[in-house]
Ligand binder design. Structure first.
Ligand code: DHB
Ligand code: FE
Length: 282
């Protein structure tokens, strides 16, 4: 039987990719963030996942404002990265897991989630940066991926409650997958940040800590805010917490242990966080 080994959550700020390209990980500005990845890498190397199901948001590389699905599930053979205009080196493509993608899609549609299925999909920094952080030496990614994009860009956004339900349905699908893969669930983006407008630079330490303190044992607490409340609380891009909420949903009801947690302000404009949760029975 397939096993969900746990969930790795991280911010996905593009300048992290630039810092990696310039080898700045040990500099004073960067080390409080990069040091938080050491236990994540150790956990992944112990756990050896074969496949990652990645909840993230596309920022205009694959979907643009003219056609923006609320929930999109990748079912591609490969997922290429491409130049997004941040000046980042383009990263190696990811190999997909089409059979698992279709299993997830079939189960989500049966559970009445009207998702978009994507047999072609490019992945931006929101997928690439978390893998660069997790596997810094890799020239070939050591696991396959199923990317699931949530619209956190163009309003109306899905509610936090709906994202938790989506994640729970994905988790249910994973638990019914007959393969023997070890599966890591990922949620990328956040925590609080706002890149534009009068409130550019907005960070909400209290709300971030509320999320970090509740997501393990009480994820429902994160669903009591509307999408517009989330903008107010977390900032226009801080709504990326929706990806974390969905990823948490996929872990289901099993009691969880916090393997590692890091929170540091700021990385670029973002309150940057990293968290690993795993089922206690594992
Ligand atoms: C930043 C953060 C993001 O989540 C993103 O997608 C782009 C930029 C930032 O803080 O610079
Ligand atoms: Fe982002």
């Amino acid at each position: 039987m397939a096993q969900i080994i746990g969930s790795y959550f991280t911010s996905h700020v593009p300048s992290i990719g630039a810092a990696i390209a310039r080898d700045l990980q040990k500099e004073a500005y960067w080390s409080p963030f990069f040091d938080g990845l050491i236990p994540v890498r150790r956990w992944l190397s112990e756990q050896q996942p074969d496949v990652a199901v990645v909840f993230y948001n596309d920022h205009g590389l694959n979907f643009f404002l003219d056609t923006l699905p609320t929930f999109a599930v990748g079912a591609a053979e490969t997922y290429a990265n491409a130049d997004e205009g941040w000046g980042l080196p383009v990263q190696p493509s990811f190999t997909g897991h089409r059979n698992l993608s279709w299993h997830i899609i079939e189960n989500l549609v049966a559970d009445e989630f009207d998702i978009t299925m994507c047999q072609q999909m490019n992945v931006d920094h929101a997928v690439v940066v978390p893998f660069q952080l997790a596997y810094p030496q890799a020239s070939v990614w050591p696991l396959r991926i199923v990317p699931i994009a949530i619209n956190t860009v163009q309003h109306p956004l899905p509610s936090a409650r709906r994202c938790l339900a989506l994640g729970r349905a994905v988790g249910k699908a994973l638990r019914s997958w007959p393969g023997s893969e070890r599966i890591v669930v990922m949620g990328t983006g956040g925590l609080s940040h706002q890149l534009e407008g009068e409130r550019a630079g907005h960070i909400n330490n209290a709300y971030d800590l509320f999320c970090l303190n509740n997501i393990k044992d009480n994820p429902g607490a994160l669903t009591h805010h509307s999408a517009l409340d989330l903008v107010e609380l977390a900032g226009t891009q801080g709504v990326e917490i929706l990806n974390w909420i969905a990823a948490r949903g996929a872990l289901g009801d099993a009691p969880l242990r916090q393997q590692s947690r890091n929170y540091h302000i700021p990385i670029s404009n973002t309150a940057a966080a990293t968290l690993v949760l795993e089922p206690i029975g594992n």
